[in-house]
Design a protein around this ligand. Structure first.
Ligand SMILES: NC(=O)c1ccc[n+]([C@@H]2O[C@H](COP(=O)([O-])OP(=O)(O)OC[C@H]3O[C@@H](n4cnc5c(N)ncnc54)[C@H](OP(=O)(O)O)[C@@H]3O)[C@@H](O)[C@H]2O)c1
Length: 307
């Protein structure tokens, strides 16, 4: 497995992360299997959130089963996110909610520290001073080692950075060959003939690269918002044909992960599969270092055109 040394953060973190959002659907036995398979494949980084199923069931399933895998806690990076409170129909970055969410995550995951805590989607009423107080407490108590954000744009990160003492070292964003808004605008800038020239996030990718904030890509194989996996979906014939050509050339399975890994920002795709065979296929992507030309061929096959 390819690994990254994250500036000011985890060292030798696997390039591919296992996302645990879909873990509640698994039996305990299946959960042990997918965690163990991930580790065998070299994945040492696991992504959670308090909101993955009611009462944080994804974290609970992981916590119940992790000890049975025989993997040592110190050999993995555990990341969770807080702030999305679907049951209350609000987003909440208050000090109280951040602190209680971390305590809940630690209890459910059966661990006494998180390697990384991300603030999930922005709370529109957030007060950066409160975030700063919460992070100071979490850092001092040893409950959280490193901090970051998810789905947060440049100016909000700037606002946080004015108050928060710890570096923000991750931003987890939606990015797949079918959801390209993170990069499209750079290509079509100032172009009145296409919607793609509209800036949706104020240059978040470049901002993150500039400030050593590692981008993690959520739902790397989904089209739309959780509409399904585009790999092998007949609704995406051109893309699948191009993916197959690349797969054949490198002797890997047809996934779109190699395309994400080729980006020089060192983006970490978060694979959400709970199927060990699919995970093997996905991890095979690290064997392929796509050429500049192949990367563009896949970009164009996703339905884009060059301006
Ligand atoms: N920060 C955020 O706002 C946010 C939002 C959403 C998700 N996330 C994170 O991102 C992670 C990944 O999200 P995701 O689960 O949507 O990602 P994904 O990897 O794009 O999609 C996973 C889904 O695709 C299916 N799949 C994968 N490979 C397949 C194949 N070869 N053929 C058919 N189906 C295939 C999986 O089914 P099988 O299990 O059957 O393989 C699973 O249902 C989550 O677990 C979570 O950690 C973060």
């Amino acid at each position: 497995m390819k690994t990254y040394n994250i500036t000011g953060g985890p060292q030798e973190a696997s390039a591919i992360i296992l996302g645990c959002m879909r873990m509640p659907a698994l039996s305990a036995c299946e959960a042990v299997r997918i965690i163990s398979t991930a580790r065998e494949l070299g994945i040492n980084y696991f992504d959670h959130a308090t909101c993955y199923s009611a009462d944080g069931e994804a974290e609970t399933r992981f916590g119940e089963t992790f000890a049975k895998t025989g993997i040592r806690r110190e050999d993995i990076y555990l990341q969770s996110k807080c702030g999305l409170c679907f049951e209350r129909q609000e987003f909440d970055w208050t000090k109280e909610n951040i602190l209680s969410s971390v305590d809940d995550s630690l209890r459910r995951l059966k661990t006494d520290y998180l390697d990384v805590l991300l603030l999930h989607r922005p709370d529109l009423l957030f007060e950066p001073e409160q975030v700063a107080e919460a992070f100071d407490i979490l850092k001092k108590s040893g409950k959280v080692r490193w901090f970051g954000v998810s789905n947060v744009s440049t100016m909000q990160i700037e606002l946080l950075r004015k108050y928060v003492h710890q570096p923000l070292i991750f931003n987890q964003l939606q990015f797949s060959l079918e959801q390209l808004q993170l990069i499209d605008q750079a290509l079509y800038v100032n172009n009145l003939t296409t919607e793609r020239s509209v800036s949706r996030d104020n240059g978040t990718l470049d901002y993150c690269r500039l400030h050593d904030i590692r981008v993690q890509a959520w739902s790397p194989l989904q089209h739309g918002m959780f509409k399904g996996c585009f790999v092998d979906d007949p609704a995406f014939p051109e893309l699948n044909k191009a993916l197959q050509e690349v797969a054949d050339r490198y002797g890997i399975s047809k996934t779109a992960i190699a395309w994400i890994l080729r980006h020089p920002a060192g983006i970490q795709p978060i694979a959400g599969t709970m199927n060990p065979e699919h995970l093997r296929d996905i991890c095979d992507a690290v064997k392929a270092e796509l050429t500049h030309h192949e990367w563009y061929q896949l970009y164009l096959a996703s339905g884009k055109f060059l301006p």
